[in-house]
Structure formats: C-alpha cells, structure tokens
Design a protein around this ligand. Structure first.
Ligand code: SF4
Ligand code: SF4
Length: 199
C-alpha cells in the first residue's frame, strides 16, 4: 500500500515538521495519551491517517489542531518519536494562512488577540488583553464576563499582576521599530521556507 498522495506531499512541504507524518505507525498511543483527546473530533493519530488518506479539506478545516495545549504527553510517548505537538500547531498555522481554519474557534481567536496585543508595543498589556478577550462578544457579554471574573481580577491587581493604569498606555519596548523589523524578518524567512507569499 502506498501512502503517497498530493496532500501528504503538501503537508511535508508546507507544515512545520510535516515530513514526519509518514513515520506514524498508527499505534494510537498519542490518542490515548492526549488529556483532551476525548473532547476532540480527531486525535493526532486520526489526523495523520486522514492526511495519508488525502482528506485535505476535512483536516485543514478541522478545529482539532487548535485544541492542542502543548502538554507534550504525546511526544514523550510516541514510539516513533514524532514531533506531534509541532505538527499539530504547524497544521493549524497552515490552515490559518490558507483561510481554511474554522472561524470563531476560541483558541484561534485568543491566539490572534494575544499576538495583536503583543506586537503593538513588544510587551503584553495584560489588562488590555483581558478586556479585549472579555468584550469580544459585545458589551453586555463583556460586563458579564468581567463580573464573573472580578474576584480573580481583583486578586491579580492586589498581587500586582495587573496594573489598572495599563489601560492608558502601559509598558512597551524602547526600540519598537527594531522589534517590528525582527518580527517582519522572521515572517519573511518563515514564508520563504514554506513557499508562502502572505501571512
Ligand atoms: S503515538 Fe506516534 S506512531 Fe503512534 S499513532 Fe501517535 S503519532 Fe503515530
Ligand atoms: S501536546 Fe497536544 S496533541 Fe499532544 S498530548 Fe498534549 S494536547 Fe494532546
């Protein structure tokens, strides 16, 4: 039986560590080890099987890769030493770039909110990050979220983990231009490596 197909080749060429997918022997250890496995549509084992079966849209539009918490349980236990975590994130990233990632998937939404927050000043503004996350579904829901989490929020303020003054600016890197140049260069190198033209 040949495992070669166009989608496997596409994954090998475009997805981080994608060349490892063909090494999977479908033992199921990763699926059994993943703490969130029962809550996903497709376990890593199944995702790798689907790639080899050429199920391109089903894989790339799946939200399973977005559920990975990078606990590394699967990597530690895989008898073939596949870098499963990296492949899962690589698949999510590739699907995002192709515009095939599921819209509104919570992990994806938060990752984008976090990235936008970080890149703006070079440092995460925890208060603005929290508020943009709470209020992403509208003002009323934002108030509900904030009230539900008020004890934790107040505790973080007391412990100086969140500073209310960050709402009016907050800390950032001194050489912001240099930081943005580094990010742009990293993106350019990554895109060139993967043969992608936009991010
Ligand atoms: S543990 Fe490794 S070899 Fe086994 S199914 Fe998962 S990825 Fe494949
Ligand atoms: S790293 Fe991701 S895929 Fe692997 S066991 Fe943890 S949550 Fe599951």
């Amino acid at each position: 039986m040949s495992y070669r197909n166009d989608f496997l080749k596409e994954v090998e060429e475009n997805v981080e560590e994608g060349e490892w997918v063909k090494m999977c022997m479908q033992c199921g250890v990763c699926a059994g080890s993943c703490p969130f496995g029962p809550h996903w549509e497709h376990s890593p084992q199944k995702i790798f099987m689907m790639i080899r079966a050429g199920e391109r849209i089903q894989v790339l539009s799946s939200d399973s890769m977005w559920m990975c918490t990078s606990c590394y349980n699967c990597i530690v236990r895989c008898p073939r030493k596949l870098p499963i975590t990296h492949i899962m994130h690589g698949l999510a990233n590739y699907a995002h770039r192709l515009g095939l990632a599921p819209k509104g998937q919570p992990t994806r939404v938060f990752a984008k909110t976090f990235w936008d927050n970080l890149v703006k000043t070079g440092r995460v503004n925890e208060l603005k990050l929290t508020l943009s996350h709470y209020f992403r579904d509208g003002f009323i829901q934002g108030i509900r979220n904030a009230l539900a989490m008020k004890d934790i929020g107040l505790g973080m303020m007391k412990a100086r983990r969140i500073n209310p003054m960050e709402l009016f600016g907050g800390h950032g890197l001194q050489d912001l231009e240099g930081f943005h140049a580094i990010v742009a260069k990293a993106r350019e190198i990554e895109d060139r490596k993967k043969g992608l033209k936009n991010g």
